[in-house]
Design a protein around this ligand. Structure first.
Ligand code: ADP
Ligand code: MG
Length: 711
């Protein structure tokens, strides 16, 4: 087979020293400083730091400098690069060449604002009810870069009426919200703090398979996952056997995209760990949340391109292969002050530890109060196969803190009320003076928690591997901002009641610890007992996307988004609608692929094979030999064939009925319950059984064992 005789495509790094090429495709601070007049440079830095507007003459100068830089690198076209709600990235290319003037031009206005052909992007009804156009506007906080011989200007994408049509706009707004709320709290501890920025490091999991094998599987091509396929050896037994060296071609591919990523200033550190057979991970160092989000989107594009070159295909789907690990993006999130303090880093100073506990407890409380919103923020058709499916972690949102930290919170809750006499060391009495040593010793890392504290950051692991991380990160920022705001108010109340500041803080923290206790879970998050226990605690376990998405429309969610000026009610409704549409489309495609494969490939193949068996059975009988084995198999095949056929017919009928449903929410829920839940497993079960019965040679689909083990 072609896939087995592949030649390597050699990869040569531009230099042995990464510093020679790191960031060379980025028009960042360094390049700006070098090419702009000091006064212009100062304005850009201000715009980046404070989010202030860039005036037209400044834009003119930047445009001209960028153009010169781009032309010197052989780049002839530019584009506004943005993140529409389709989940991918979009761009429209324009040439620098001005035919009228006969020279290359790049106007400041073209840098700052553009009007893409907006009609091809989802808008959730916003543009049809208001104004049919949208525009993109430069986000100076995200550096301009060169991708694929095109100058890319990172932009937001909004309707003319102002509504956001993308992921970046609300993310930037949520950064403002959390900055505002967190600075207020920080000032209780340190007056020097002026700005707080969320940081993000994304661990990206993915599968790699051979391009030719990929092309033979219509289900992978159409839906990103294999809808059929029997796992040769169930579950993780596979691992032991195949773990070890990464195939050379995959290594080449990794090197290829890593070099391109480094040129774009994406801080990938070479690290090649395998998770399941055919599955890998890449984890750049953390950066400011906005940049890290852009970089994750870019990285996925780079990986697609690099894979193509190495005759491979990257699968970003959350569950491309049933029975094998799923893929996620682990979002490592923290808050960092302009004075250089990571607010989730316990320290040697007792005072700073109280600050640390304040932010930690506020985050736990936020996750408890808005667990359903966090769940909604990661809901997608793909992620449903990973969260809440039979073999995957449940869709319950819980927080893991580690036994030591959990113990400290328990102590604080219990003992917080102790009397503090004059001259007492309150921190000592409360048992919070010595956190750092304990935490650093604390190695009980729980891998099964969807939201875990990992020493100096939180790690939101339930995010899907295809997702734009801006969605869940926007929600996380907003709900923590909301909790911090309430915390401020509650502390102020205590202080107005005559409490000393530190005691006021501790009192409020104790209350928050108590109120959010139910969301904390230290045990095995994948166990059945946890599902039962969580139910007893009253925690949600929303297994299906359209049901999880309901939360976007409830009053509590609307209030928090509107209050912090992150999403308006119109925008929320629009997003809800787009997500439902996406969901329906995905399930619809999978269902169609299942039907087509069954009717056109599986059933005919199984019948042909069955005919062979019938001949065989007759032959045996003619010879007067025992033919019961052949007859049993013939019967078994018939049973599965009937099941496939009748279920495909039922599923198609269910789709027809649902397509008549006008209410989008009802239609999406119908697709979840009446199409997916009702038929997918049944059809797959029968087809996978047939795969085992029909002879290997004639089976129409490439099998798991061939796809997962690249040579
Ligand atoms: P794991 O043990 O889960 O594989 P790593 O230590 O490799 O985790 O780190 C995972 C990611 O977390 C990396 O992208 C890393 O840069 C990021 N990270 C580390 N510290 C922080 C922080 N303070 N804020 C955000 N991300 C961080
Ligand atoms: Mg991790």
């Amino acid at each position: 087979m072609m896939a087995q005789n592949r030649q390597r495509v050699p990869v040569v790094p531009p230099s042995n020293k990464i510093s020679d090429y790191y960031g060379t495709n980025v028009f960042g601070i360094k390049q700006m400083k070098e090419s702009l007049a000091p006064s212009v440079f100062k304005k850009v830095v201000e715009a980046i730091d404070k989010g202030s507007k860039i005036d037209s003459s400044t834009a003119e100068e930047i445009g001209s400098a960028v153009k010169t830089w781009a032309l010197s690198k052989g780049v002839t076209h530019y584009t506004h690069w943005f993140q529409p709600l389709t989940g991918s990235t979009a761009e429209k290319h324009d040439s620098f060449f001005d035919a009228q003037a006969g020279i290359e031009k790049f106007k400041g206005s073209a840098l700052v604002q553009q009007e893409p052909d907006a009609s091809s992007f989802p808008n959730g009804g916003i543009r049809s009810t208001f104004e049919a156009r949208g525009y993109t506007a430069w986000d100076p906080s995200s550096p301009i870069f060169i991708f694929d011989k095109t100058l890319c200007i990172p932009t937001i994408f909004v309707a003319y009426t102002g509504e956001a049509l993308d992921y970046k706009t609300p993310l930037l707004k949520s950064m403002e919200a959390i900055n505002d709320a967190a600075v207020e709290i920080c000032q209780l501890f340190d007056r020097n703090v002026r700005k707080i920025t969320p940081s993000l490091g994304v661990e990206q999991e993915y599968f790699v398979i051979d391009k030719a094998l990929y092309a033979t599987r219509p289900d992978l091509v159409m839906s990103g996952r294999s809808v059929f396929g029997h796992n040769p050896a169930r579950g993780q037994q596979l691992d032991d056997h195949y773990f070890g060296s990464i195939p050379t071609r995959v290594k080449d591919f990794m090197m290829e995209f890593e070099i391109e990523a480094l040129k774009l200033g994406i801080p990938v550190s070479t690290r090649h760990n395998e998770v399941a057979p055919g599955q890998f991970e890449v984890a750049p160092l953390f950066e400011e949340i906005n940049i890290a989000t852009d970089h994750n989107q870019l990285l996925m594009d780079l990986m697609d391109k690099a894979a193509e070159k190495h005759n491979l295909k990257v699968l970003f789907h959350e569950k491309p292969f049933a029975g094998v690990n799923g893929s996620g993006k682990h979002n490592n999130w923290s808050l960092i002050t302009d004075t250089g303090v990571n607010l989730f880093q316990p320290s040697n100073s007792a005072r700073e530890n109280l600050q640390f506990l304040t932010f930690l407890i506020a985050t736990v409380k936020a996750v408890y109060d808005y667990a359903d919103l966090l769940r909604a923020s990661i809901a997608s058709a793909g992620n449903d196969f990973r969260l809440g499916a039979n073999e995957a972690p449940p869709a319950i949102i819980s927080v893991f803190l580690g036994s030591t930290l959990s113990g400290i919170l328990d102590e604080l809750e219990k003992n917080g009320n102790i009397k503090i006499e004059k001259g007492d060391n309150m921190y000592m009495k409360l048992g919070i003076s010595k956190i750092p040593e304990i935490i650093l010793d604390n190695t009980d890392r729980n891998r099964t928690s969807p939201f875990a504290f990992t020493g100096n950051k939180f790690e939101f692991r339930a995010v899907g591997s295809q997702a734009n991380v801006a969605g869940p990160m926007t929600v996380l920022n907003v709900i923590v901002a909301e909790t911090l705001k309430n915390l401020s108010k509650d502390i102020e109340k205590e202080m107005n009641g005559g409490k000393e500041k530190k005691l006021a803080i501790v009192n409020v923290l104790r209350k928050y610890i108590k109120e959010s206790k139910k969301v904390r879970f230290e045990g095995d998050g994948y166990s059945e007992e946890w599902e039962k226990e969580a139910e007893k605690r009253g925690l949600s376990n929303l297994k299906s996307t359209p049901f999880a998405l309901d939360t976007y429309l409830d009053k509590k969610s609307a209030e928090v988004f509107i209050k912090h000026n992150v999403l308006s009610s119109i925008e929320l409704h629009a997003r809800h609608e787009i997500m439902l549409e996406n969901y329906i489309k995905k399930v619809q495609i999978e269902s169609r692929v299942m039907g087509d494969l069954s009717l056109n490939h599986i059933i005919p193949t199984a019948i042909l094979y069955q005919n062979k068996l019938i001949k065989n059975a007759n032959g045996l009988q003619g010879l007067g030999l025992d033919n019961t084995a052949a007859i049993d198999t013939i019967k078994e095949i018939s049973r599965h064939l009937e099941s496939v056929k009748s279920n495909v017919i039922g599923m198609t009928e269910a789709r027809k009925q649902l397509n008549k449903e006008e209410n989008l929410t009802k239609r999406a829920k119908g697709y979840s319950v009446e199409v997916k839940d009702m038929y997918f497993e049944k059809i797959r079960y029968a087809v996978d059984k047939l795969e085992l019965l029909v002879d290997d040679e004639s089976w129409p689909l490439v099998k798991y064992r061939e796809m997962l083990f690249i040579k």
